[in-house]
Design a protein. Structure first.
Lengths: 333, 515
């Protein structure tokens, strides 16, 4: 064989990406959709194009969007967490209990965040420790967490959160820019960095694409997954603080159905529901789109139940779209 | 001895003049992209006779079984059943032609009853077209009784039967449709000695019923016990056939291994140092038992054995993927007990797994990300990726392996098998290990890539790295190893120095033939 002595050829790092590839990317499509919805909303309602309206609009996605950032990483790794809305309910209920015994604002915030973290750790321990499928585990904990909230609260509500606590969900940092929006923007940058610029993020992608090969390559698969469940729980805890602060009260039915909206955001953002692919930029754009659509429908006085039909249809559509896309364009998005 | 050449020339007629063959294949070829699995093979099965199909791993036996059971269509050639040419259109179609296969792991339905398994797809019907359950149970019981398996209750759920009884149910199923051709693909692999005896009684019964039986086994004692005829395959070709009674084991072994030299292995001057790895009494509850061996600095240690001999399992234990129940592993004077792959990588041991697609490459990720995956701790700085470092690492190792790719950002899934294997090996070398374990490193890759992998192995040991190479390919074992460990049934059967070692010695050790 003469191949042994063949001169070593040089392999380039990367080829120039064709412009068509960039233009046809999922993120560019989302930008186009977002612009389209922005224009439609402006034409459909005279109240939309107003700084305060736009500011109100952001509240439709900031809390869910915060969870979606962590959920994106979890879904990329091949797992899912359906218990995030129930985590919000439990965290909010425990904050309410602490309020009854006279806790101050910092304590309330700490309880909300730590409850979320603990819920995530429970999910992570069940999935990685016992090797159970996350979809089953988190359907279980979804009932469990909200069930605890119902047992504690019944049909009562906690009210009377301190004035200082209201800042997180109702405060503005500058003019129309809310604290929630600033927090979401900061978290988006942090998660973008974590997923796309750190070795941890690289391992998340590797696990989602091939968990066995990742394990063989020395990736501590269960450890990474556990951290991701904790992160998702943590973000749900933060969302719980914001939502409780914004509503100023806790009912056990708080954040009902949020998990579906969060997952819709993640999938609409281009994260593969099968794991292994996705980007934070896409998820942020999807959060913006979901916020604008639901806010626009609200301005047009569309009732809540119709909006839930809309979310359901959107979820099916965004899961089907990549498959249909591949059939026509012959490549993955 | 009956040689293939003699047969083709028509000088020899195998066996005594029996009735016309029940099944005959002639000129059958089958290729897959990049691999020629079968080339112009012929095979005849006669009623009331057991024909043993013999060959090394990769000789084309499985492909032949899949063609006979209708799972693959041959590219060329003819299949005749009782003299009529047939084109098998799928498993069900083959089954209706009276061809049935009993596999190593029987493919039946665990949650159905014995009677349902026997009659699935051809259950007796009542007048209005519903399944006649009573008739089905009665007939199933009759079939079992006739086979001498009356101890199996037709109502038992299959899950509750042992593997030997499952084989009996599979045979009952074949009997129920009056199958005339029974293929047994390593049926004894999971059986105890007593169960093997019962299976052989059954084979005798099937012979008495006039069935034609194709028996695939690696075990010579079994072949000599029950087979009448044999056919030897090598590299997808039929290289010999004849009557078992007229042929010695050594002759058959020679047919299995004696191949033309089609591949030149790199010349190298071994520069072997002191011991690097000492494995002492390593045991696992089920997979391997008291395995001991030593690997020296700069040495290539070959591991030969049949599939299922426990070679991969031992390697996975050394690499932290499988637990052990006893024994010790010492690397460069230090006892190690790796519990995860990450532990063994840190210790300087890497394992290049056999299943490239499932365990090796991460399809969907580009080449450079695959290469850097186990080395991320080094290519990143405080957890932050440094792409330039990753590209440098990937370039260094993939170019040394002569990888053919358009760029390092290409998805590994778009590379050929041989180039994927180079990426996998590059990935492991990039961790700068002391010891690299290669499990079937050239399985299913083209000859050019094989040569590149072999040349690179030689280069590695020259630089002082030690290599353990698990391989089922004799030329590779003989061409590359300094010493060879042969495993059989979870134990070390023998250790040889490669000087003057021949293939037949290895095959005999692996099959447990006392010369």
């Amino acid at each position: 064989m003469s191949t042994v002595e063949t001169a070593r050829r040089r392999i380039p790092d990367r080829l120039d990406t064709p412009l068509k590839g960039t233009l046809l990317s999922w993120e560019m499509l989302l930008v186009a959709v977002a612009l389209g919805i922005f224009v439609t909303n402006s034409l459909a309602s005279p109240y939309f194009l107003n700084p305060w309206s736009l500011s109100d609009m952001t509240f439709n996605f900031t809390e869910k969007g915060l969870i979606a950032l962590a959920m994106a990483l979890l879904i990329i790794s091949g797992e899912i967490d359906l218990s995030v809305a129930a985590t919000i309910a439990l965290a909010s209920t425990l904050m309410g209990m602490a309020l009854q015994s006279g806790a101050d604002t910092p304590t309330l915030v700490a309880i909300g965040i730590l409850t979320g973290l603990a819920c995530g750790a429970v999910n992570g321990a069940l999935v990685t420790g016992l090797g159970l499928p996350s979809i089953v585990v988190t359907i279980g904990t979804m009932s469990l967490f909200r069930g605890i909230a119902y047992i504690i609260l019944g049909d009562q509500a906690y009210k009377g959160y301190p004035a200082g606590f209201a800042f997180f969900g109702q405060g503005y940092v500058w003019w129309v820019v809310s604290f929630e929006l600033v927090l979401f923007a900061a978290a988006a940058v942090a998660f973008w960095f974590l997923l796309h610029r750190t070795s941890f993020g690289r391992r998340v992608f590797a696990i989602g694409n091939n968990p066995v090969a990742a394990q063989f390559s020395g990736v501590r698969v269960n450890r990474v997954k556990f951290v991701l469940f904790c992160l998702t729980g943590l973000m749900a805890g933060i969302a719980s603080v914001l939502l409780t602060s914004r509503l100023g009260s806790t009912r056990p039915s708080i954040a009902q159905g949020y998990e579906l909206e969060v997952i819709t955001m993640v999938v609409l953002g281009g994260v593969s529901i099968l794991g292994g692919a996705g980007s934070i930029v896409g998820v942020v754009l999807a959060a913006l789109i979901m916020g604008m659509v639901t806010f626009g429908l609200g301005l047009l006085n569309v009732p809540g139940i119709v909006m839930s039909i809309f979310i359901g249809l959107l979820l099916i559509l965004v899961i089907a779209l990549p498959i249909v896309w591949r059939r026509f364009f012959g490549r993955a998005m | 001895m009956h040689t293939a050449a003699a047969l083709r020339a028509g000088e020899l007629e195998p066996g005594t003049a029996v009735a016309q063959p029940l099944l005959s294949l002639s000129g059958v070829s089958k290729s897959f992209p990049g691999v020629r699995a079968l080339h112009d093979v012929s095979l005849s099965l006669y009623p009331g006779q057991v024909t043993a199909l013999i060959g090394e791993n990769g000789a084309g036996k499985s492909t032949l079984v899949k063609i006979l059971t209708g799972i693959y269509r041959p590219d060329e050639g003819e299949i005749r059943v009782s003299g009529d040419a047939v084109r098998l259109q799928g498993a069900e179609h083959a089954f209706r032609h009276g061809i049935t296969a009993i596999h190593q792991e029987t493919v039946l339905f665990d949650d159905l009853s014995v009677a349902e398994n026997v009659y699935l797809g051809h259950a007796p019907r009542t007048r209005i077209g519903l399944i006649d359950w009573r008739a089905m149970r009665r007939q199933a019981a009759d079939v079992l009784k006739r086979m001498g398996a009356g101890h199996i209750d037709a109502d038992t759920r299959l899950r509750d039967l042992g593997i030997a009884n499952k084989h009996l149910v599979a045979v009952a199923r074949a009997m129920s449709i009056d199958a005339r051709i029974v293929i047994m693909d390593e049926p004894t692999a999971a059986l105890s000695a007593k169960e093997i005896g019962e299976l052989f009684d059954l084979v005798a019964f099937l012979k008495g019923e006039g069935k034609a039986i194709l028996f695939i086994s690696h075990k010579f004692d079994e072949i000599y016990r029950i087979a009448d005829r044999f056919t030897v395959f090598r590299d997808g070709e039929m290289v010999g056939e004849g009557m078992v009674a007229d042929t010695s084991q050594n002759d058959i072994v020679r047919m299995m291994v004696g191949r033309a030299v089609d591949h030149i292995f790199p010349e190298r001057q071994p520069n072997i140092g002191g011991p690097l790895l000492t494995v002492d009494g390593l045991s696992h509850p089920t997979e391997f038992d008291r395995v001991s061996f030593e690997l020296r600095q700069g040495e290539i240690l070959g591991f030969y054995g049949l599939v299922g001999a426990g070679r991969s399992e031992v390697m996975q234990a050394i690499a932290g993927m499988t637990g052990t129940s006893a024994g010790s592993i010492t690397l460069a004077g230090h006892r190690i007990a790796p519990r995860t792959a990450a532990d063994s990588i840190d210790a300087g041991i890497v394992y290049v797994p056999e299943e490239r697609g499932r365990q090796g490459v991460v399809i969907g990720m580009p080449i450079f990300k695959n290469v850097s995956l186990p080395s991320l701790a080094r290519t990143s700085k405080s957890g932050v990726l440094r792409l330039a470092e990753e590209f440098r690492l990937a370039r260094t190792f993939t170019e040394r392996l002569d990888l053919r790719a358009s760029s390092l950002s290409q998805d590994v899934g778009t590379l050929s098998g041989g180039n994927q294997q180079k990426v996998v090996i590059a990935k492991w070398l990039a961790t700068e290990p002391k010891l690299i374990i290669l499990d079937e490193p050239t399985k299913g890759i083209d000859i050019g890539s094989k040569a590149a992998v072999h040349a690179f192995m030689a280069e590695l040991v020259e630089q002082g790295l030690s290599v353990i190479m698990v391989s089922s390919e004799l030329p590779e074992i003989l061409g590359m190893s300094d010493r060879v460990v042969v495993m059989r049934e979870g134990r070390v059967a023998a250790t040889f120095d490669n000087a003057g070692l021949d293939a037949e010695t290895l095959v005999r050790a692996a099959a447990g033939i006392v010369a």
